[in-house]
Ligand binder design. Sequence first.
Ligand code: DCP
Ligand code: MG
Length: 595
Amino acid sequence: MVEKTSDEILGKAYDSKLMKRLLTYVKPYKKYVVLAIFLNVFVAGLAPLRPYLTKIAIDESIANKDYESLTFITALLFASLLFQAVMQYGLTYFTQLMGQKIIYDLRVQIFSHVQKLALKFFDKTPVGRIVTRVTNDVESLNELFSSGIVMVFSDLFIIFWIFVFMFSLSFDLSLITLSVLPALFYATFLFRKKVREAYRDVRFHLARLNSYMQERVGGINIVQLFNKQKRELNKFKEINKDYRDANIKSVFYYAIFYPTVEILSSLAVALIIWYGGGKVFESTMTLGILFAFVQYTEMFFRPIRDLSEKYNIMQTAMASSERIFKLLDENTVIPDPEKPVIPGNIKGKIEFKNVTFAYNEGEDVLKNVSFTIEPGQTVAIVGATGAGKTSIISLLSRFYEPQKGEILIDGININNMRKEDLRKMICVVLQDVLLFSGSIKSNINLNNSEIPDTKIAEAAEMVGAQKFISGLPAKYDEEVHEKGAKLSMGQKQLISFARALAYDPKILILDEATASVDTETEILIQNAIKKLLSGRTSIVIAHRLSTIQNSDKIIVMHKGEIKEMGTHQELLAKRGIYFKLYQLQYKDQEITKTA
Ligand code: DCP
Ligand code: MG
């Protein structure tokens, strides 16, 4: 039931506050608006002119057998059609151009805003929802800008001119045409209401379909592993059916509404011919006027029908803009200080002073954590899963802010540095390696052109990734994808090590993956880690205690608290938690050895 709340918003068709804000996006393209309105006046004015010309042709040229003026008027009719076509082309082109330019700007703004948001925001927002903002929602705004606003003017304009011409030709007949209006308005009202509801359902079921698809494809291996294809398919069929039915329903209303408008328009034409015909018999009206009126009546219904479609565009766009603005107004950011301390030559001393932290208020995951890491030292953090190890690094990288206590690097509180400067000093190799779509090379240098190819190769060589990379068909230019298919877990890890080395940070943090790799890769990784750690301050979160026996200090975490701290030997002598952990792993190894 993802997105139910936000996509169910029916919204108003017009909200002046939203509209005002939307118009700020139009501002840079004022010249297109002016041009569109200018073209509009022509397009809208030309169509109602033609029945009038027809009237003149019938009543004056034909009635007087005046070939010359008949030819002239025919040519005029043709020219006006041609002219209108050209104008129409320009109008469509410029409004679309404007719409596309506006939504381009909007997408850039959304992306750049989302990038600034703190992790806290992403903890509670599904990715699919953000993607929908940049795609579907922005798209419906395009419709508003390109066909909505300008075309509404065009429709209103046409209606206005038709009125002017009709009333100037015959008051009686105008009233007859208008007599059908109440029925038309009522039909339009019903249609708008029904279609609006139907569209809401369509959107809701589409969101469901998307998120279901995304999740199942993402977890395809689990689905296949547990033989869930049939069950998943049935579930999908169900969701798909709901979506189809919602669509059919919305089409149904169109299928009823359009013929209804046609019938009403035919009724009006019939009334005109019947009443007007009688007047022509009595010679109180010319045939040309009757003819023109039939055309005006037919012409009159189209913009009215279109307007109700525009109404739907407006209403969808308003709901979309509301969601987009809500995302743009999201201000879960960790602010940079106003007067930042610019760290000079960093030595790499790290201090945690009485740090207490909770992701959710009241559920402390770190309690009064204090420790010091001297420059160049390697410190290991161990502890059961969920003990708060990763949280410590998240605080150090300032992905989150602690509720109490302070974190210092070389004596500077990290709150007083710009996040950019802080993160330049730190490199974190994360628990689960994420590769981006691109080449091996771009995954090592993260498209930073300041890192030369030689340095990339050097880093890969040092961590021992050189061997498998040179075995790939395109070597460093081999394409990899988001999930890193083509590469094994261990290989992905080596790539992320090479990334860290290439960036050569003062402080290195390693959140060791729990996944096991084969012995050969394990040795490669262990060697790579040794090279990574040398010459910099490092924090290693290790699950394999063998990794950390040589560290300068081991911090033992338990349920968010530091329970023990010391070297491997000191902690063993203490016979506490670490001792037990060590014994457990040691025993395991003994068993595998004898087996
Ligand atoms: N937690 C949370 N929201 C997050 C991340 C974690 O509420 N975005 C909670 C889950 C755990 C606690 O915080 O109860 C500590 O999580 P850590 O990720 O710090 O735990 P570890 O890194 O120690 O665990 P593991 O060894 O499994 O990586
Ligand atoms: Mg962790």
